[in-house]
Design a protein around this ligand. Structure first.
Ligand code: PEP
Ligand code: MN
Length: 360
């Protein structure tokens, strides 16, 4: 699969002068909703219309999709607008129904990619078709599992393939719904340079006000396209309401996003720079998160000291920390001077926090 140039054929055949755009609601809700959104997206940069028919939900009781009836609505939307249709499939029955209804693009969701049995069942059901199949990353940051899913389809003879980067679950609270961990799609891109790579800023951010920034980051990293959840009335959407944008916001986004048209050398330099900057930004965000968590621990220590009436400053303990950190720092290429400066600042902030807890 590594050197198979034909992986890009389906994308090249679209002959776009801009990144690929897939847009449409998280879920098909009613026939009217499906049609209205499709009408708004017709005659725009959108190449494929997306809508979930079967919705994998974390807990039972949520809206689990309208089911096969939605496929009829998508067929109608396609007949009226000419937009090719994309749906999520999670088992062989979904594939069979999607094929019967002439769906053009099938994607495998993050909760399905984690399960090799399910992916194999889908691959077997798709054998012999020329449908476009897009594989979302698994919910956990496991590149091998993502690649494994794509390989199962490839081995079933499917060549119109693509990968969708939708971010990864964490237990930690972050500003993202699913943290991007950009190094994974970047690694995928360098292993399979001909495999089209699409970013899903909607599921990464979970918030419509952050969608454009993540989309821009993806374009800076040379992603081939974007899949963006788009709804006529996002606030009242039956699923993922917070992250969907209206068709007019989507259109404005494509005016604002900087799409690069550059020489090969410039392009190479810029994409290398963008990758490195992304790593720096991720490291900085992690630094702040770690520092914030450290101060929360300091607050708890402050509360404990208050309870037991113990002094804030514990010189012996502090000198031990410093010695340990200087030694650890030097194994990471950090000078003693730098480690001292950082830890003095951290210590000062920690004392300030404890004082606040103790003195109110
Ligand atoms: C979706 O695209 O609506 C969806 C369910 O996405 P994911 O599989 O990325 O959670
Ligand atoms: Mn969704």
């Amino acid at each position: 699969m590594e050197n198979d140039k034909s992986l890009r054929n389906w994308l090249d055949a679209l002959n776009l002068n801009h990144p690929l755009v897939i847009a449409g609601p998280c879920s098909a809700e009613t026939e009217e909703q499906v049609l209205q959104i499709a009408r708004e997206l017709k005659n725009s940069d959108v190449s494929f219309y997306r809508a979930g028919i079967w919705k994998p939900r974390t807990r039972p009781g949520g809206f689990e999709g309208v089911g096969a009836i939605g496929l009829k609505w998508l067929q109608k939307a396609k007949a009226e607008t000419g937009l090719p249709m994309a749906v999520e499939v999670a088992n062989a029955t979904h594939v069979k129904l999607a094929l019967e209804h002439d769906i053009d693009v099938l994607w495998i969701g993050a909760r399905t990619t984690v399960n090799p049995f399910a992916v194999q069942e889908i691959a077997d059901a798709l054998e012999g078709t020329d449908k476009i199949v897009l594989v979302k990353n698994p919910v956990n940051p496991d590149l091998a599992l993502w690649i494994g899913g794509i390989e199962r389809l490839y081995n079933a003879g499917i060549r119109n393939l693509g990968a969708i980067h939708r971010g990864f679950s964490t237990y930690e609270k972050t500003k993202y719904r699913n943290i991007p961990e950009w190094q994974l799609p970047i690694e995928l891109q360098s292993r399979f340079p001909d495999l089209p790579l699409i970013n899903d800023p909607s599921h990464i951010t979970g918030r419509r006000d952050m969608v454009k920034d993540v989309a821009q980051q993806a374009l800076d990293l040379n992603f081939d396209g974007l899949i963006i959840e788009t709804h006529i009335d996002p606030d009242n959407a039956w699923s993922d309401a917070a992250q969907q944008v209206t068709p007019s916001v989507l259109k404005q986004m494509f005016i604002d996003l900087k799409m690069r048209e550059m020489t090969i050398e410039e392009d190479d330099f810029n994409s290398k720079m963008a990758k490195l900057r992304m790593k720096i930004d991720e490291a900085d965000t992690k630094l702040l998160e770690v520092l914030g968590n450290r101060m929360k621990v300091a607050d708890e220590i402050g509360a404990l000291k208050k309870e037991k009436n113990v002094a804030i400053l514990q010189n012996k303990r502090w000198n031990e920390i410093l010695d340990k950190m200087i030694a650890e720092g030097s194994t990471k290429g950090l000078t003693e001077d730098f480690v001292l400066k950082i830890f003095k600042a951290i210590h000062q902030e920690s004392i300030t926090h404890q004082e606040k807890v103790i003195n109110g």
